[in-house]
Design a protein around this ligand. Sequence first.
Ligand SMILES: [Zn+2]
Length: 186
Amino acid sequence: MPLEPWQEISRIGLKLVNGGLTNSRFGNISLREGGKIYITCTGSMLDEIASDQVVEVDLEGSCPSASSETCVHQAIYRCGDCRAVIHTHSPYSVTLSLVEEDRIVPIDSEGIAFLGAVPVVKGRFGSQELADSVSRALRFHKACVARGHGAFVTGESLLEAYTTACMVEHSSQVGYLVKVFQRNVP
Ligand SMILES: [Zn+2]
């Protein structure tokens, strides 16, 4: 039996938190079905998503109970044809976004082959500026990182978006560790 949207979101939320990709209280997940978006509620715990913590919203317009970053998800869906969006406050991605000029370039083999450069974009969280900069970057990339904030990734499915979210954080972690290693080893 196919999963309900909230069940798919719940399954991925648990994997994100268990995998250390984001803290339970930070980040949001959405899925598009037809002309509707199913998105986590504001303040929901990503590893404890129940049916009442996912709300249905339109591609435009606000919903008080939806995630405070719903406008970013809506802009992404309006600009492309992806079916899933994941936003995480992944620590290594956030760290590198603060030290890299305008993009994170993977140096690990999987990141080079499957991810490519990850743009670093600006905009205060939940703002129209962030919605514009993220949706623009994701037209040509699978992922981007809002500076000092977190990653936004897309996919044809939540599982695909989850895989990309894993790659972004893994590539960022490897990139960070190599930088530290090179600095400390003469
Ligand atoms: Zn955020």
